[in-house]
Design a protein around this ligand. Structure first.
Ligand SMILES: [Zn+2]
Length: 470
Protein backbone atom coordinates (compact mmCIF):
# COMPACT_ATOMS: atom_id res chain seq x y z
CA UNK A 1 0.00 0.00 0.00
CA UNK A 2 2.73 2.42 0.95
CA UNK A 3 4.65 1.68 -2.19
CA UNK A 4 1.66 2.35 -4.40
CA UNK A 5 1.13 5.79 -2.92
CA UNK A 6 4.77 6.52 -3.51
CA UNK A 7 4.50 5.72 -7.21
CA UNK A 8 1.45 7.90 -7.60
CA UNK A 9 3.15 10.81 -5.92
CA UNK A 10 6.06 10.54 -8.35
CA UNK A 11 3.76 10.49 -11.36
CA UNK A 12 2.10 13.65 -10.12
CA UNK A 13 5.48 15.15 -9.58
CA UNK A 14 6.46 14.51 -13.18
CA UNK A 15 3.39 16.31 -14.47
CA UNK A 16 3.86 19.36 -12.26
CA UNK A 17 7.63 19.41 -12.64
CA UNK A 18 7.45 20.01 -16.38
CA UNK A 19 5.99 23.43 -15.79
CA UNK A 20 8.26 24.25 -12.85
CA UNK A 21 11.60 23.42 -14.30
CA UNK A 22 11.56 23.65 -18.03
CA UNK A 23 13.73 26.74 -18.09
CA UNK A 24 16.00 28.68 -15.78
CA UNK A 25 14.46 32.10 -15.48
CA UNK A 26 16.00 34.96 -13.53
CA UNK A 27 14.95 34.88 -9.88
CA UNK A 28 13.65 31.28 -9.99
CA UNK A 29 14.24 29.93 -6.43
CA UNK A 30 15.31 26.51 -7.69
CA UNK A 31 15.82 25.28 -11.23
CA UNK A 32 17.52 22.60 -13.27
CA UNK A 33 19.64 23.44 -16.31
CA UNK A 34 19.09 20.05 -17.90
CA UNK A 35 15.72 18.53 -17.23
CA UNK A 36 16.00 16.37 -20.38
CA UNK A 37 19.28 14.46 -20.36
CA UNK A 38 20.49 12.30 -23.24
CA UNK A 39 23.62 10.43 -22.19
CA UNK A 40 25.95 7.91 -23.77
CA UNK A 41 28.20 7.70 -20.75
CA UNK A 42 26.64 6.04 -17.69
CA UNK A 43 29.85 6.79 -15.77
CA UNK A 44 29.50 10.54 -16.13
CA UNK A 45 25.90 11.69 -16.13
CA UNK A 46 25.11 14.74 -14.07
CA UNK A 47 22.06 16.68 -12.96
CA UNK A 48 22.91 20.39 -12.87
CA UNK A 49 21.00 23.38 -11.61
CA UNK A 50 20.99 26.26 -9.19
CA UNK A 51 19.44 27.39 -5.92
CA UNK A 52 18.75 31.14 -5.82
CA UNK A 53 19.07 31.42 -2.03
CA UNK A 54 21.34 28.69 -0.67
CA UNK A 55 20.75 28.18 3.07
CA UNK A 56 21.91 24.63 3.72
CA UNK A 57 19.08 22.93 1.86
CA UNK A 58 19.60 19.34 0.68
CA UNK A 59 19.00 18.42 -2.97
CA UNK A 60 17.62 14.90 -3.06
CA UNK A 61 17.32 12.83 -6.25
CA UNK A 62 14.83 9.94 -6.17
CA UNK A 63 13.64 7.25 -8.50
CA UNK A 64 10.70 4.90 -7.86
CA UNK A 65 12.82 2.86 -5.46
CA UNK A 66 13.91 5.77 -3.30
CA UNK A 67 16.83 8.16 -2.88
CA UNK A 68 19.64 7.64 -5.45
CA UNK A 69 21.79 10.70 -4.75
CA UNK A 70 21.81 13.81 -2.61
CA UNK A 71 23.84 16.91 -2.01
CA UNK A 72 23.73 19.52 0.76
CA UNK A 73 24.15 23.06 -0.52
CA UNK A 74 26.22 25.42 1.66
CA UNK A 75 24.65 28.14 3.81
CA UNK A 76 25.81 31.17 1.84
CA UNK A 77 22.56 33.08 1.45
CA UNK A 78 22.92 33.55 -2.30
CA UNK A 79 23.01 31.77 -5.64
CA UNK A 80 24.57 28.30 -5.59
CA UNK A 81 25.14 26.15 -8.67
CA UNK A 82 25.07 22.40 -8.02
CA UNK A 83 26.08 19.32 -9.96
CA UNK A 84 24.98 15.84 -8.83
CA UNK A 85 26.35 12.65 -10.36
CA UNK A 86 23.79 9.94 -11.08
CA UNK A 87 25.01 6.46 -10.04
CA UNK A 88 25.68 4.16 -12.98
CA UNK A 89 23.21 1.58 -11.57
CA UNK A 90 20.18 3.88 -11.90
CA UNK A 91 20.67 4.69 -15.61
CA UNK A 92 18.76 2.08 -17.56
CA UNK A 93 19.97 1.37 -21.04
CA UNK A 94 16.69 0.48 -22.71
CA UNK A 95 14.32 3.07 -21.29
CA UNK A 96 13.86 6.64 -20.33
CA UNK A 97 14.11 6.98 -16.55
CA UNK A 98 12.49 9.76 -14.54
CA UNK A 99 13.90 11.19 -11.35
CA UNK A 100 12.30 13.56 -8.87
CA UNK A 101 14.64 16.28 -7.66
CA UNK A 102 13.59 17.88 -4.37
CA UNK A 103 15.15 20.58 -2.27
CA UNK A 104 14.54 19.97 1.43
CA UNK A 105 15.15 22.61 4.07
CA UNK A 106 16.71 22.27 7.53
CA UNK A 107 13.35 21.26 9.01
CA UNK A 108 13.08 18.30 6.61
CA UNK A 109 10.38 20.08 4.68
CA UNK A 110 10.22 19.86 0.92
CA UNK A 111 10.64 23.46 -0.28
CA UNK A 112 11.02 23.04 -4.03
CA UNK A 113 10.53 20.18 -6.39
CA UNK A 114 11.47 19.39 -9.95
CA UNK A 115 12.21 16.44 -12.21
CA UNK A 116 14.63 15.03 -14.75
CA UNK A 117 14.23 12.55 -17.62
CA UNK A 118 17.34 10.60 -18.53
CA UNK A 119 17.65 8.77 -21.82
CA UNK A 120 20.59 6.49 -22.50
CA UNK A 121 21.83 6.18 -26.07
CA UNK A 122 24.73 3.83 -26.69
CA UNK A 123 27.50 5.22 -28.90
CA UNK A 124 27.95 3.65 -32.33
CA UNK A 125 31.09 1.93 -33.61
CA UNK A 126 33.39 3.76 -35.98
CA UNK A 127 36.66 2.89 -37.67
CA UNK A 128 39.69 4.80 -38.96
CA UNK A 129 40.75 3.98 -42.50
CA UNK A 130 44.53 4.21 -42.65
CA UNK A 131 46.33 4.10 -46.01
CA UNK A 132 49.77 3.17 -44.59
CA UNK A 133 50.57 1.45 -41.31
CA UNK A 134 54.36 1.76 -41.70
CA UNK A 135 56.31 4.77 -42.94
CA UNK A 136 60.04 5.24 -43.56
CA UNK A 137 61.44 8.77 -43.55
CA UNK A 138 64.85 10.33 -43.72
CA UNK A 139 66.23 13.11 -41.58
CA UNK A 140 66.63 15.76 -42.77
CA UNK A 141 63.87 15.16 -45.28
CA UNK A 142 60.35 15.96 -46.35
CA UNK A 143 57.30 15.77 -44.08
CA UNK A 144 54.82 12.98 -44.69
CA UNK A 145 51.07 13.59 -44.52
CA UNK A 146 49.05 10.85 -42.81
CA UNK A 147 46.23 9.63 -45.05
CA UNK A 148 43.43 8.66 -42.71
CA UNK A 149 39.68 9.15 -42.35
CA UNK A 150 37.07 8.31 -39.72
CA UNK A 151 34.22 6.15 -41.09
CA UNK A 152 31.86 8.57 -39.33
CA UNK A 153 33.48 11.52 -41.11
CA UNK A 154 34.73 13.01 -37.84
CA UNK A 155 37.90 15.05 -37.22
CA UNK A 156 41.01 13.12 -36.22
CA UNK A 157 43.77 14.02 -33.81
CA UNK A 158 47.42 12.94 -33.98
CA UNK A 159 50.23 12.37 -31.50
CA UNK A 160 53.82 11.15 -31.59
CA UNK A 161 55.23 8.63 -29.09
CA UNK A 162 58.72 10.21 -29.39
CA UNK A 163 59.13 13.84 -30.41
CA UNK A 164 62.90 13.38 -30.73
CA UNK A 165 62.17 11.15 -33.71
CA UNK A 166 59.05 12.65 -35.31
CA UNK A 167 56.69 15.51 -34.61
CA UNK A 168 53.14 15.48 -35.93
CA UNK A 169 50.91 18.53 -36.29
CA UNK A 170 47.14 18.86 -35.92
CA UNK A 171 46.64 18.19 -39.64
CA UNK A 172 48.59 14.92 -39.49
CA UNK A 173 51.84 16.07 -41.11
CA UNK A 174 54.70 13.96 -39.80
CA UNK A 175 58.00 15.84 -39.52
CA UNK A 176 61.18 13.76 -39.13
CA UNK A 177 63.48 15.28 -36.46
CA UNK A 178 66.00 12.55 -35.62
CA UNK A 179 67.04 8.96 -36.16
CA UNK A 180 64.95 6.21 -34.49
CA UNK A 181 61.49 4.67 -34.51
CA UNK A 182 58.25 6.04 -33.11
CA UNK A 183 54.52 5.52 -33.26
CA UNK A 184 52.13 8.10 -34.58
CA UNK A 185 48.69 7.61 -33.05
CA UNK A 186 45.61 8.61 -35.04
CA UNK A 187 42.72 9.16 -32.71
CA UNK A 188 39.02 9.97 -32.79
CA UNK A 189 37.44 10.48 -29.37
CA UNK A 190 34.84 12.24 -27.23
CA UNK A 191 32.10 12.25 -29.86
CA UNK A 192 28.67 11.89 -28.20
CA UNK A 193 27.40 9.61 -30.98
CA UNK A 194 30.44 7.43 -31.79
CA UNK A 195 32.81 5.33 -29.69
CA UNK A 196 36.46 6.34 -29.40
CA UNK A 197 38.90 4.70 -31.82
CA UNK A 198 42.70 4.79 -32.19
CA UNK A 199 45.01 3.47 -34.91
CA UNK A 200 48.77 3.72 -35.05
CA UNK A 201 51.47 4.11 -37.68
CA UNK A 202 54.99 2.82 -37.17
CA UNK A 203 57.50 5.43 -38.33
CA UNK A 204 61.21 4.80 -38.73
CA UNK A 205 63.59 7.67 -39.42
CA UNK A 206 67.09 7.26 -40.85
CA UNK A 207 69.58 10.10 -40.50
CA UNK A 208 71.44 11.01 -43.72
CA UNK A 209 74.51 13.25 -44.29
CA UNK A 210 73.42 16.87 -43.86
CA UNK A 211 74.49 20.39 -43.05
CA UNK A 212 72.92 23.09 -40.88
CA UNK A 213 71.79 26.54 -41.97
CA UNK A 214 71.70 29.01 -39.10
CA UNK A 215 69.42 32.00 -39.76
CA UNK A 216 70.42 35.02 -37.69
CA UNK A 217 67.45 37.33 -37.20
CA UNK A 218 69.50 39.72 -35.08
CA UNK A 219 68.46 41.70 -32.01
CA UNK A 220 64.82 42.43 -31.08
CA UNK A 221 63.65 39.52 -33.22
CA UNK A 222 62.56 36.96 -30.61
CA UNK A 223 58.92 37.60 -31.61
CA UNK A 224 59.64 36.47 -35.17
CA UNK A 225 60.86 33.01 -34.24
CA UNK A 226 57.65 31.17 -33.34
CA UNK A 227 56.86 27.52 -33.86
CA UNK A 228 53.44 26.27 -35.01
CA UNK A 229 52.01 26.65 -31.49
CA UNK A 230 53.19 30.25 -31.26
CA UNK A 231 55.91 29.50 -28.72
CA UNK A 232 59.11 31.45 -29.05
CA UNK A 233 61.83 29.17 -30.40
CA UNK A 234 64.93 31.13 -29.69
CA UNK A 235 66.40 33.96 -27.66
CA UNK A 236 64.46 35.28 -24.69
CA UNK A 237 66.25 38.58 -24.28
CA UNK A 238 65.58 41.02 -27.09
CA UNK A 239 69.26 42.06 -27.12
CA UNK A 240 70.36 38.56 -28.07
CA UNK A 241 70.72 37.46 -31.64
CA UNK A 242 67.73 35.26 -32.50
CA UNK A 243 68.79 32.17 -34.43
CA UNK A 244 66.69 29.57 -36.25
CA UNK A 245 68.27 26.39 -37.59
CA UNK A 246 67.41 24.25 -40.60
CA UNK A 247 69.01 20.95 -41.54
CA UNK A 248 69.37 20.13 -45.23
CA UNK A 249 70.54 16.78 -46.63
CA UNK A 250 73.69 16.84 -48.73
CA UNK A 251 72.74 16.54 -52.40
CA UNK A 252 69.14 17.66 -51.80
CA UNK A 253 67.65 20.78 -53.21
CA UNK A 254 65.61 22.45 -50.44
CA UNK A 255 63.72 25.67 -49.77
CA UNK A 256 65.12 27.97 -47.10
CA UNK A 257 62.56 27.63 -44.33
CA UNK A 258 63.07 30.72 -42.23
CA UNK A 259 60.73 33.41 -43.48
CA UNK A 260 60.86 36.98 -42.34
CA UNK A 261 58.78 39.98 -43.41
CA UNK A 262 59.44 42.75 -40.96
CA UNK A 263 61.08 43.46 -37.62
CA UNK A 264 59.25 46.37 -36.06
CA UNK A 265 59.42 49.16 -38.66
CA UNK A 266 62.27 47.45 -40.54
CA UNK A 267 61.32 45.63 -43.72
CA UNK A 268 63.11 42.39 -44.58
CA UNK A 269 65.38 42.65 -47.64
CA UNK A 270 67.00 39.20 -47.78
CA UNK A 271 69.60 36.90 -46.26
CA UNK A 272 73.28 37.89 -46.41
CA UNK A 273 76.23 35.51 -46.10
CA UNK A 274 77.98 37.73 -43.56
CA UNK A 275 76.84 40.04 -40.77
CA UNK A 276 77.60 43.15 -42.80
CA UNK A 277 77.02 41.70 -46.28
CA UNK A 278 74.32 42.45 -48.80
CA UNK A 279 71.25 40.23 -49.43
CA UNK A 280 72.16 37.05 -51.34
CA UNK A 281 69.04 34.91 -50.76
CA UNK A 282 65.33 35.62 -50.46
CA UNK A 283 62.77 33.87 -48.28
CA UNK A 284 62.04 30.32 -49.51
CA UNK A 285 64.84 30.41 -52.09
CA UNK A 286 65.78 26.97 -53.34
CA UNK A 287 69.34 25.98 -52.40
CA UNK A 288 71.58 22.96 -53.06
CA UNK A 289 74.73 21.92 -51.20
CA UNK A 290 75.49 25.18 -49.42
CA UNK A 291 77.90 23.08 -47.33
CA UNK A 292 79.12 19.53 -46.72
CA UNK A 293 78.13 16.91 -44.14
CA UNK A 294 78.35 18.21 -40.57
CA UNK A 295 79.10 21.79 -41.62
CA UNK A 296 77.23 24.97 -40.70
CA UNK A 297 76.29 27.93 -42.90
CA UNK A 298 75.36 31.25 -41.30
CA UNK A 299 72.87 33.58 -42.99
CA UNK A 300 72.04 37.04 -41.64
CA UNK A 301 68.75 38.86 -42.10
CA UNK A 302 69.09 42.29 -43.66
CA UNK A 303 66.41 44.65 -42.31
CA UNK A 304 66.03 47.90 -44.23
CA UNK A 305 66.58 50.81 -41.84
CA UNK A 306 68.41 48.90 -39.12
CA UNK A 307 71.88 49.51 -40.54
CA UNK A 308 71.06 53.18 -41.26
CA UNK A 309 70.05 53.50 -37.60
CA UNK A 310 73.42 52.03 -36.61
CA UNK A 311 75.07 54.76 -38.71
CA UNK A 312 72.97 57.39 -36.91
CA UNK A 313 73.90 55.92 -33.52
CA UNK A 314 77.59 55.96 -34.46
CA UNK A 315 77.39 59.59 -35.67
CA UNK A 316 75.59 60.73 -32.50
CA UNK A 317 78.14 58.94 -30.30
CA UNK A 318 81.00 60.61 -32.17
CA UNK A 319 79.30 64.02 -31.91
CA UNK A 320 79.28 63.54 -28.12
CA UNK A 321 83.02 62.81 -28.12
CA UNK A 322 84.79 66.16 -27.63
CA UNK A 323 88.07 64.89 -29.03
CA UNK A 324 86.54 65.04 -32.52
CA UNK A 325 85.87 68.17 -34.51
CA UNK A 326 85.47 69.70 -37.94
CA UNK A 327 88.54 69.97 -40.16
CA UNK A 328 88.91 70.88 -43.79
CA UNK A 329 91.30 69.77 -46.45
CA UNK A 330 91.13 65.98 -46.35
CA UNK A 331 88.77 63.14 -47.07
CA UNK A 332 90.61 60.64 -44.93
CA UNK A 333 89.19 58.90 -41.86
CA UNK A 334 90.99 59.22 -38.57
CA UNK A 335 89.25 56.15 -37.11
CA UNK A 336 91.15 54.21 -39.75
CA UNK A 337 94.31 55.93 -38.54
CA UNK A 338 95.13 58.02 -41.59
CA UNK A 339 94.88 61.54 -40.17
CA UNK A 340 97.05 63.49 -37.77
CA UNK A 341 94.03 65.22 -36.15
CA UNK A 342 90.64 63.86 -35.11
CA UNK A 343 88.75 65.85 -37.71
CA UNK A 344 86.11 65.29 -40.34
CA UNK A 345 84.57 67.40 -43.03
CA UNK A 346 80.85 67.00 -43.62
CA UNK A 347 80.56 64.11 -46.09
CA UNK A 348 83.53 62.03 -44.92
CA UNK A 349 81.96 62.15 -41.44
CA UNK A 350 78.70 60.68 -42.79
CA UNK A 351 80.56 58.14 -44.93
CA UNK A 352 82.58 57.11 -41.86
CA UNK A 353 79.28 56.66 -39.99
CA UNK A 354 78.27 53.98 -42.53
CA UNK A 355 81.79 52.50 -42.55
CA UNK A 356 82.11 52.21 -38.78
CA UNK A 357 78.46 51.98 -37.63
CA UNK A 358 76.99 49.13 -39.71
CA UNK A 359 80.49 48.38 -41.12
CA UNK A 360 79.35 48.48 -44.73
CA UNK A 361 82.07 46.71 -46.77
CA UNK A 362 82.08 49.21 -49.66
CA UNK A 363 82.15 52.24 -47.35
CA UNK A 364 84.86 50.60 -45.24
CA UNK A 365 87.17 49.71 -48.12
CA UNK A 366 90.40 51.65 -48.30
CA UNK A 367 89.87 53.71 -45.15
CA UNK A 368 88.94 56.82 -47.10
CA UNK A 369 85.15 56.62 -47.22
CA UNK A 370 85.08 59.14 -50.04
CA UNK A 371 81.79 60.37 -51.39
CA UNK A 372 81.84 63.65 -53.28
CA UNK A 373 78.87 65.93 -52.89
CA UNK A 374 78.08 66.15 -56.59
CA UNK A 375 75.45 63.48 -57.10
CA UNK A 376 77.07 61.90 -60.15
CA UNK A 377 79.56 60.41 -57.68
CA UNK A 378 76.93 58.02 -56.32
CA UNK A 379 77.40 55.91 -59.42
CA UNK A 380 79.46 52.72 -59.71
CA UNK A 381 80.07 50.85 -56.47
CA UNK A 382 78.37 53.53 -54.41
CA UNK A 383 75.28 53.12 -56.60
CA UNK A 384 75.01 49.54 -55.32
CA UNK A 385 74.44 50.73 -51.78
CA UNK A 386 72.90 54.20 -52.17
CA UNK A 387 69.68 55.24 -53.86
CA UNK A 388 68.40 58.72 -54.57
CA UNK A 389 65.20 59.50 -52.64
CA UNK A 390 64.57 62.70 -54.59
CA UNK A 391 65.18 66.43 -54.74
CA UNK A 392 64.80 68.44 -51.52
CA UNK A 393 62.25 70.73 -53.20
CA UNK A 394 59.91 67.73 -53.67
CA UNK A 395 60.34 66.24 -50.18
CA UNK A 396 59.17 66.99 -46.67
CA UNK A 397 60.42 65.68 -43.34
CA UNK A 398 57.84 62.84 -43.42
CA UNK A 399 59.58 61.46 -46.51
CA UNK A 400 62.89 61.06 -44.67
CA UNK A 401 64.16 58.02 -42.78
CA UNK A 402 66.84 58.11 -40.05
CA UNK A 403 70.24 57.82 -41.73
CA UNK A 404 69.21 59.66 -44.92
CA UNK A 405 71.90 62.03 -46.20
CA UNK A 406 70.69 65.48 -47.27
CA UNK A 407 73.00 67.22 -49.74
CA UNK A 408 73.31 70.85 -50.83
CA UNK A 409 75.29 71.64 -53.96
CA UNK A 410 76.24 75.14 -55.12
CA UNK A 411 76.93 75.32 -58.84
CA UNK A 412 78.67 78.70 -58.72
CA UNK A 413 81.53 77.64 -56.41
CA UNK A 414 81.40 73.81 -56.73
CA UNK A 415 80.95 73.28 -53.01
CA UNK A 416 78.22 72.33 -50.62
CA UNK A 417 77.25 70.57 -47.41
CA UNK A 418 75.80 67.26 -46.29
CA UNK A 419 74.04 66.31 -43.05
CA UNK A 420 72.40 63.20 -41.70
CA UNK A 421 68.76 62.98 -40.67
CA UNK A 422 68.69 61.46 -37.18
CA UNK A 423 64.90 61.02 -36.72
CA UNK A 424 62.32 63.38 -35.19
CA UNK A 425 63.52 66.90 -36.10
CA UNK A 426 67.17 66.01 -35.45
CA UNK A 427 70.25 66.66 -37.56
CA UNK A 428 73.71 65.20 -36.98
CA UNK A 429 76.51 66.88 -38.95
CA UNK A 430 80.12 68.00 -39.11
CA UNK A 431 80.10 71.68 -39.92
CA UNK A 432 82.39 74.70 -39.53
CA UNK A 433 80.88 77.11 -37.02
CA UNK A 434 81.91 80.63 -36.00
CA UNK A 435 81.32 80.18 -32.30
CA UNK A 436 82.72 76.65 -32.21
CA UNK A 437 85.91 76.31 -34.20
CA UNK A 438 85.48 72.61 -34.74
CA UNK A 439 81.97 71.30 -34.57
CA UNK A 440 80.43 67.85 -34.94
CA UNK A 441 77.00 68.04 -33.33
CA UNK A 442 73.41 66.94 -33.00
CA UNK A 443 70.86 69.72 -33.38
CA UNK A 444 67.20 70.24 -34.16
CA UNK A 445 65.69 71.96 -37.20
CA UNK A 446 65.80 69.13 -39.78
CA UNK A 447 62.41 70.03 -41.31
CA UNK A 448 63.27 73.72 -41.74
CA UNK A 449 66.73 72.95 -43.13
CA UNK A 450 65.28 70.51 -45.68
CA UNK A 451 62.83 73.25 -46.78
CA UNK A 452 65.62 75.83 -47.16
CA UNK A 453 67.59 73.38 -49.32
CA UNK A 454 64.52 73.07 -51.51
CA UNK A 455 63.99 76.83 -51.83
CA UNK A 456 66.91 79.11 -51.10
CA UNK A 457 70.24 77.54 -50.14
CA UNK A 458 72.80 76.22 -52.62
CA UNK A 459 71.29 75.40 -56.00
CA UNK A 460 67.73 74.47 -55.00
CA UNK A 461 67.01 72.70 -58.28
CA UNK A 462 69.89 70.27 -57.56
CA UNK A 463 69.89 69.68 -53.77
CA UNK A 464 68.94 66.09 -53.08
CA UNK A 465 68.54 63.25 -50.57
CA UNK A 466 70.37 59.89 -50.66
CA UNK A 467 69.36 56.75 -48.78
CA UNK A 468 71.38 53.68 -47.84
CA UNK A 469 69.73 50.68 -49.53
CA UNK A 470 70.37 48.04 -46.83
ZN1 LIG B 1 87.33 54.87 -41.22
Amino acid sequence: MLRKIHIISILILIITAASICSFAAEGEPFCLYNSEIVTSNENATYIQGEVADAKGQTIVVKNVRGVVAEKKVPDIGGKYVFRIKLPKSVIRKSKITSFAVNAIDANDEKVWTSCVRVEYKARKDQDIDLKEKEVELKFPGDDKAVEAASSAGLDLSYSSSDEDVVKVDEKGNIEPVGEGTAEVKVNQSNDPEYKDVTKSIKVSVKEVPHYTVRFHLGRNAADLAKDEEGNSEAAESSDDDTVIEQQIAVGDSAELQATADAKGDYEFLGWASSETGYPAYGNADEVTDLAGDGETVDLYAVWHGERAQEAVDWAIALAADNRYGYGQGTFKCNICGLMPKKQYTCMPFLAAAYAHGPRDPIMLAGGKHVINLNNKNFSGELGQIWEKVGLCKNLSIEDLEPGDVIIKWSDHNNSGHAWMYAGGDQIVEAVPAKSYANQIAVKSGAAAKLRRYGRSEGTPSKNYVMRYRY
